[in-house]
Design a protein around this ligand. Structure first.
Ligand code: ADP
Ligand code: ZN
Length: 210
C-alpha cells in the first residue's frame, strides 16, 4: 500500500507515519528527516536546504522531488511506503503522479492554534527520532534510548508562524487536488496519537497486502 500522510506542520503526521510503518512493515519516507539528515552530515544539499528550513520556507521542488524519486526506487519500497511530508506543493504532486501510484491520502486535520501549541512543545530525540510533547509532562531525556531531547531549530516561534503561513499558501491547496482525484480521507487529530491512529488505521487497512 502506497500512502501519503498529509497535514499542517505539527498535525502529528510523523507520529502516525511511524505507527503505520510499525504495524504494516513498510518504510516511512519523511522528506523532513531526509533533509535534516543531509544537514547533520553536512552535505552540499544539506547546506542549501538549511537556508530554506531555517526560514520556515519550503526547499525547492526540484531538490525534494529528486530525493523522493530516488528513495522510492529502493527495494524496500516494493511492498509499499508512507510518504510523510511529501508532496507539499501542487508541482510536487503533479510530478509524483509520474513515478508513484498512490492508493490513499490521509489528511490529518487540526486547528491552526493547536498546530502552533504543538510545535512549540515538541521535542525530538536526536538519536532514535522519537517525538515527544512536553505540554503535559516535562521530560528531558529520551525514554527509549536515554539521549538528551532537543528542540528543532524550526520549532521556535517565529519560524513556526512562518511554516504555518507557508503551509496555508502552498500546501493546503493539495486538499482540493486530492479530493478531485477521490483518494483523500480526512481524520481529525484527536487528543492522543493512539486515538488518532484508530481512525488512521481504519482508512489504511483496506489497502494492506495489496
Ligand atoms: P513539519 O511537518 O513539522 O513542518 P517536516 O520535518 O516535515 O516538519 O519538514 C521540515 C522542513 O523541511 C519544512 O518546513 C520544509 O522547509 C522542509 N521540507 C520537508 N518536506 C518538504 C517538501 N516536501 N518540500 C519542500 N520542503 C520540505
Ligand atoms: Zn531516543
Amino acid at each position: 500500500m502506497n500512502i501519503i500522510l498529509f497535514g499542517a506542520p505539527g498535525s502529528g503526521k510523523g507520529t502516525q507515519a511511524k505507527l503505520i510503518s510499525k504495524e504494516f512493515g513498510i518504510p516511512q519516507i519523511s522528506t523532513g528527516d531526509i533533509l535534516r539528515e543531509h544537514i547533520s552530515r553536512g552535505t552540499e544539499l544539506g547546506e542549501v536546504a538549511k537556508t530554506y528550513i531555517d526560514e520556515g520556507k519550503l526547499v525547492p521542488d526540484e531538490i525534494v522531488i529528486a530525493l523522493v524519486k530516488e528513495r522510492l526506487s529502493l527495494p524496500d519500497c516494493k511492498k509499499g511506503y508512507i510518504l510523510d511530508g511529501f508532496p507539499r506543493t501542487i508541482e510536487q504532486a503533479e510530478k509524483l503522479v509520474k513515478f508513484a501510484d498512490i492508493d490513499v491520502v490521509v489528511h490529518i486535520d487540526v486547528s491552526i492554534n493547536e498546530v502552533e501549541r504543538r510545535a512549540l512543545t515538541r521535542r525530538i530525540c536526536p538519536n532514535c527520532g522519537k517525538i515527544y510533547s512536553i505540554a503535559d509532562k516535562y521530560i528531558e531525556d529520551c525514554e527509549s534510548c536515554g539521549a538528551k531531547l532537543i528542540q528543532r531549530d524550526d520549532d521556535k516561534l517565529e519560524v513556526v508562524r512562518k511554516r504555518i503561513e507557508t503551509y496555508l499558501s502552498q500546501s493546503e491547496p493539495l486538499i482540493e487536488f486530492y479530493k478531485k482525484k477521490k483518494i483523500l480521507s480526512t481524520v481529525f487529530s484527536a487528543e492522543t496519537p493512539e486515538e488518532t491512529y484508530k481512525a488512521v488505521r481504519e482508512i489504511v487497512l483496506p489497502f494492506a497486502k495489496k
